[in-house]
Design a protein around this ligand. Sequence first.
Ligand SMILES: Nc1nc2ncc(COP(=O)(O)OP(=O)(O)O)nc2c(=O)[nH]1
Length: 287
Amino acid sequence: MFDTSPQLDCAGRILRLDVPRVMGIVNVTPDSFADGGEHATVDAAIAHGLKLVEEGADVLDVGGESTRPGADDVSVEEELNRVVPVIEALAKRVPIPISIDTSKPEVMSAAVAAGAGMINDVYALRREGALDVAAELGVPVVLMHMQGEPRTMQANPQYDDVVADVHRFLAERIFAAEMAGIVKKNIVVDPGFGFGKNAQHNLQLLAQLRRLTELGVPVLAGLSRKKTIGELTGRDDPHDRVFGSVAAHLIAAQNGATILRVHDVAATVDALKVWNGVAAMPAPRAE
Ligand SMILES: Nc1nc2ncc(COP(=O)(O)OP(=O)(O)O)nc2c(=O)[nH]1
């Protein structure tokens, strides 16, 4: 019997989506909100990536520019200097797919040449040239919703209906990607928790995440250590938001997400082992 569950071919490295998978975050940045500066050097980032693989990550997401509210822009050259050596080294040393977290077409190309097999773009390929470059590279792409720009997006986000608005945006970006030549089986969508959303918006999106699975592509959820988790738990320090983040990602998995983007891989992997244990149980017999 052939396994018909969805999977992503990330430049030859397969990311199976038969069960929720864990994307480990490797921020090669001095200013990321949750772990800024902790893995900012090439060597530290490589070591961190190897640690996340040890902990059970199914894919690594390497990023060289913080997208937190108010973050400074990073030049193409600086971003390349941060991520390319890390991707090159990790691609040689780990068997799992590596994704590049960038919105710059030049960085997408260089990262894939260095061994990345997936593009994760918080701008959903809206930057000049990004759609064409992503189509040319032919690797899976994550299209994420953001309202506004990182610098200003949290000022006062407004929606008529955040779930419907995000759903509509992602449907439009899927269409744009397909028109550019990206095949639908290579597309993942992401509601963009915290990107132009307040806590209520984030919780509505999490509660109704299954609506996004109607788009017919895998859903990625990234709530790890984010402000909404802090507000709900009262944990001001992002490092103290592990338990809340794990709870949020289990709910995302329960609501249809099959890629979870996390800082705390070991904790999330253990939580998913419990979740998978229950999910594997036979459905209740009809009365
Ligand atoms: N697809 C996707 N990509 C993302 N990239 C960065 C961040 C922000 O989190 P982090 O990388 O931890 O922080 P920073 O952007 O400050 O480096 N969140 C997402 C997300 O929710 N979805």
